[in-house]
Design a protein around this ligand. Sequence first.
Ligand SMILES: [Fe+2]
Ligand SMILES: [Fe+2]
Length: 164
Amino acid sequence: MPDIAEFMNRDHHRLDAILADFRKRSDGEQAKRFFSQFESGLQAHIAWEEELLFPLFEEGIGRGESAPTAAMRAEHQRMRELLRSIREGLDGGRKVYLRVPETGRMQAVTIKDGSGVDATVNELQDVLLAHNHKEAQILYPWLARTLTERERAALFGRIQTPHA
Ligand SMILES: [Fe+2]
Ligand SMILES: [Fe+2]
């Protein structure tokens, strides 16, 4: 049974590699294939964290100090928005969601050329870089240090590996 930090960091790297393949796409169909793989992989990864890892961390450090996971959940939400925006761009809708600085609210904007997808992928990569670094520095090491053997076994029992 692997170490939880090692397992989750490896999944970050696996997803980074798929996103890099997507960026090197040569045609529409290939791009969609890579993106689908990335999208489902990231959604599964986020679900493991929100449903399994974050609650363990929040229980362990006490509710009053749950700010790190609150920020991480907000970043996950932003990733979901960006995934949706890229998906729509690839499907021809070319709709991107931008945050209006004055209100902080999201607004859908239709982009007429293909630049919307690239800009959104750039933003997603930026969000992922900072977010994954924080998890690798704070969340995963805490879990690796703190979980008992039994908790670790239960955790891996509930994580479904999407790749062989
Ligand atoms: Fe995360
Ligand atoms: Fe993660």
